[in-house]
Write a protein that binds this ligand. Structure first.
Ligand code: SF4
Ligand code: SF4
Ligand code: SF4
Length: 387
């Protein structure tokens, strides 16, 4: 079992040129050092987001690697190694092989993962759908609680915050513990996948759960921290064993001599490899909100989504708000649901302080640490040509 974090996920190497750029990037003020001095990261304040890493002009910031452990599991004939990949990986991995940013290489990625030796290739989208259903249902329960509907008395306060970004969760735990009851109790898609793989697959494929290794490919360095959190053992084992980033997967493919660009397209394995379009949009800011709203809309109105347009929650502004009218069949009226989307933790403090002071009229708030969402996560390819 891996355990990170005596030194932290993100560290500054001796290559630091003391340019001070990272102190402006860090959303939590975790980096200290003056111009001309090697910089340092204060573990307690660091939320492992990797934004400093992808923005350091000298490549002087590193993330903790689990690649050797993954390679050892793949080489061990006793291990049944399954892999999940988040939606934001497939549109960035191609950059490491010279393709234009945004090129969707999902089907080549599945083929490459099989060539690397993974026994089953699944997709985090399956469990993103589970997270959406859980979060959407929880939101409905909290709204009913606020309206005094009988049977929903213990459903938690409004507004409800999203819970799938581990950098945001650590920030809330460290700085705003009083806001924790407002955060959805749903696990992130990565952490839902682990127990599903370690409980459902043994039953269906007749495998000893102790022999299953679950690997995630994520656009995110904070997901390495998340998988090592001690509470994520609900399968009876460590739910997700190892996380590799998009960059690290590209390097593994190159190290194995796989001709990525000429691979034939393949599909994900069945059982837990299917998903909806709602799961796909998780990787961009507003995506979790839109997906959960669609679920809530369908459950509350009994109507299909054909006539519903959630354009109001899309865009790239760091703080966006909208009101979505949702017809509630059981109450015989439409409810206005006020939503807010925050992308980039530097913009979240005012939103949280309004909630804690009782000044907020939002029902649902999505918070993603990285500007633009996971597509711009700390584990994504680094474009040094933009400097
Ligand atoms: S941005 Fe990189 S080189 Fe500049 S101070 Fe930070 S770690 Fe050092
Ligand atoms: S990983 Fe994120 S929180 Fe930690 S030092 Fe870097 S930018 Fe700051
Ligand atoms: S926004 Fe996405 S990539 Fe960035 S820290 Fe959160 S989960 Fe990770």
């Amino acid at each position: 079992m891996s355990t990170v974090s005596t030194t932290g996920i993100i560290t500054v190497s001796n290559e630091c040129k003391a340019c001070d750029h990272c102190t402006f990037i860090c959303p939590t003020g975790a980096i200290s050092g003056k111009l001309g001095e090697k910089h340092h990261i204060e573990l307690k304040k660091c939320i492992n987001c990797g934004q400093c890493l992808i923005n350091c002009p000298f490549g002087a910031i590193e993330d903790y690697s689990m690649v050797n452990e993954v390679k050892a599991a793949l080489a061990d004939p006793k291990k049944f190694v399954v892999v999940q990949e988040a939606p934001a990986v497939r549109v960035a991995l191609g950059e490491e092989f010279g393709l234009a940013p945004g090129t969707n290489v999902k089907n080549k990625m599945y083929a490459a993962l099989r060539k690397l030796g993974f026994d089953k290739v699944y997709d985090t989208e399956f469990t993103a759908d589970l997270t959406i259903m859980e979060e959407g249902t929880e939101l409905i329960h909290r709204v009913f609680n606020a309206l005094g509907v009988e049977g929903f008395e213990n459903s938690g306060p409004l507004p409800q915050f999203t819970s799938c970004c581990p950098a945001w969760i650590k920030y809330a735990e460290d700085k705003y513990p009083h806001v924790l009851p407002h955060i959805s109790s749903a696990k992130s898609p990565q952490q839902m996948f682990g127990p599903v793989a370690k409980t459902y697959l043994p039953e269906k494929l007749n495998i000893n759960p102790a022999d299953i290794t679950v690997v995630s490919v994520m656009p995110c360095t904070a997901k390495k921290y998340e998988c090592d959190r001690p509470e994520f053992m609900s399968s009876g084992f460590k739910d997700v064993d190892y996380v590799v980033t998009t960059r690290e997967l590209a390097q593994m493919i190159k190290d194995a001599g796989i001709d990525f660009l000429n691979l034939s397209d393949e599909k994900a394995d069945k059982l837990i490899g299917l998903s909806t379009g709602a799961a796909t949009i998780f990787g961009a800011t507003g995506g979790v909100m839109e997906a959960a709203l669609r679920t809530a809309y369908e459950l509350l109105s009994g109507q299909t989504l054909d006539k519903v347009d959630f354009k109001a929650v899309r865009g790239l502004a760091p703080v966006r708000e909208a009101t979505v009218e949702i017809p509630v069949k059981a109450l015989g009226k439409a409810l206005p649901v006020n939503v807010c989307i925050v992308t980039g933790l530097k913009h979240v403090d005012t939103v949280i302080e309004d909630v804690l002071a009782g000044r907020s009229n939002y029902h649902f708030i999505e918070v993603m640490n990285c500007p633009g969402g996971c597509i711009n996560g700390g584990g994504q390819p680094i474009r040094r040509d933009t400097y």
